[in-house]
Write a protein that binds this ligand. Structure first.
Ligand code: SAM
Length: 219
């Protein structure tokens, strides 16, 4: 394994703002993020498939009165966000190394106030439809952990995935669904708080249009 990756794995192991299997609180944290970890009553916001956690860290800086948790399976990517949060002294930011399918084991019903899904793998093959982060089974998971009136946001470059997501959300009967297929020429841009992710920057440099939607999934 590359040395840089090994260093990153060591960092996620040592950094107190990352929870992963084997670490303190990992098996106890469901329903107790605020009492055990953040030690306040502030709303909790998740970034799913956060990679290096640009939204988690960026929003953490803008909204000190909210708590942010970036979730990804890849420890080396989480290490980057974790280090950034430590450098910026953000005690309202944490990272969780986890598969999104396991979310309900780590968050109680209604424990989360908002979810960001940032540039997920589009899983373009039809046989992978169930793996898309906006497929029926994932939307069911989000609805369970989101508070009543909780918000779901999605940013993507992929048109087919975006259309699939809108279709799935309409089938679910979500409230207040608004979207744009050209974020940087839309008045919805303000809802994205001026943050760009690592993948977003790559897609923008290739001239691709960024798509964005926001809604309230029904219970
Ligand atoms: C295309 S990258 C985007 C990363 C980042 N959000 C960005 O915009 O730069 C997708 C990320 O989702 C993560 N991911 C994919 N499926 C996942 C799952 N089931 N659970 C947790 N993370 C997942 C991958 O590890 C990867 O870091």
């Amino acid at each position: 394994m590359a040395r840089k990756k090994l260093v990153r794995f060591e960092e996620v192991n040592n950094n107190k703002n990352v929870l992963q299997e084997g670490k303190e609180y990992f098996d106890l944290i469901k329903g107790k993020w605020n009492s055990f970890f953040f030690q306040n009553d502030n709303p909790i916001v998740l970034e799913l498939g956060c990679g290096k956690g640009e939204y988690t860290v960026g929003l953490g800086k803008i909204f000190p009165e909210r708590n942010f948790i970036g979730i990804d399976v890849k420890g080396d990517r989480l290490a980057v966000g974790s280090n950034d949060a430590i450098s910026a002294n953000l005690d309202n930011v944490a990272f969780l190394r986890l598969s999104i399918l396991e979310l309900e084991k780590f968050f109680d019903v209604g424990e989360v106030s908002e979810i960001w899904i940032t540039f997920p793998d589009p899983q373009s093959r039809l046989r992978n439809e169930r793996r898309r982060l906006t497929s029926k089974r994932f939307l069911g998971i989000y609805s369970n952990i989101l508070a009543v009136e909780g918000i779901l946001n999605l940013k993507t470059d992929n048109e087919d995935f975006f259309n699939f997501s809108i279709e799935q959300l309409k089938i679910k009967g979500v409230k207040d669904l608004i979207f744009t297929d050209d974020l940087y020429n839309s008045n919805l841009l303000t809802l994205c708080h001026g943050i760009q992710t690592n993948f977003e920057k790559k897609y923008l440099s290739r001239g691709q249009k960024i798509k964005f939607l926001t809604c309230t999934p029904l219970k």
